[in-house]
Write a protein that binds this ligand. Structure first.
Ligand code: PLP
Length: 225
């Protein structure tokens, strides 16, 4: 199947939910991304700073690049000129570094707080309890350039769909809770959940933004990148 047809197919599936599609283009070459661009896609997700920057420099300027992978504070400066939304803010330290660099560039920037919902130890992010406590204590009025617009989460990599649904549901509940409890979160508009293997479940559980890679571009070959 051609890339344009895959985009059409997935677009039809997420349309009833009014969700936004982030095409995860990590490891894929600019030519492949351009094919998706020519099919109408404008939002692409990458998980490595240097790879995102390299692609942003050679591809059309109206592409919105989303950073979806773990971000180190020492890469923030390199990333910021090119990025529209950062999905993976997983610490106060990173949040402050983003605010500071955005201020230097005088560039308003949007981000999501990554919540750890999976059972796997390796995934980054705040637990629900940590997030609530952060919300209670962080002086959000100090953020002038970085605006937090929602939450992001990744479910456990498992074929147990009931478990995946439970995890997405717990994040959906947390999202509702913070929106109700904290003035700053009242306008949260993004819940970034769902990948190739679980986006249908994520959409059922309130996702407003799905991050899909292999189902659009085919399997990744990591030696190409
Ligand atoms: C790679 C990646 C995706 C997309 O994964 P697929 O299974 O290929 O759809 C989504 N989110 C994050 C954070 C990723 O790193």
């Amino acid at each position: 199947m051609k890339i344009a047809d895959r985009f059409k197919e997935i677009g039809k599936e997420i349309e009833p939910y009014k969700a936004t599609l982030v095409a995860v283009s990590k490891t894929h070459k600019p030519e492949v991304i351009l094919e998706a661009y020519n099919a109408g896609q404008r939002i692409f997700g990458e998980n490595k700073v240097q790879e995102l920057v390299n692609k942003a420099e050679v591809l059309p300027k109206d592409i919105q690049w989303h950073m979806i992978g773990h971000l180190q504070t020492n890469k923030v400066k390199l990333l910021l000129p090119h990025v529209a939304l950062i999905h993976s803010i997983d610490s106060e330290k990173l949040l402050l570094a983003l605010e500071k660099e955005a201020g230097k560039l005088q560039k308003p920037i949007q981000g999501l707080l990554q919540v750890h919902i999976a059972t796997e130890e390796t995934k980054f992010g705040w637990s629900a309890e940590e997030l609530i406590s952060f919300m209670q204590n962080f002086p959000f009025d100090r953020l002038k350039w970085l605006k937090i617009v929602g939450l992001m989460g990744m479910a456990t990599f498992t074929s147990d769909e009931a478990q995946v649904e439970e995890e997405f549901e717990s994040l959906q509940r947390l999202n509702n809770e913070v929106k109700e409890s904290f003035e700053y979160c009242k306008d949260f508009s993004v819940l970034s959940t769902g990948m190739s293997g679980d986006y249908r479940i994520a959409l059922k559980r309130g996702s407003t933004m799905v991050r899909i890679g292999s189902k659009l571009f085919g399997e990744r070959n990591y030696t190409q990148a």
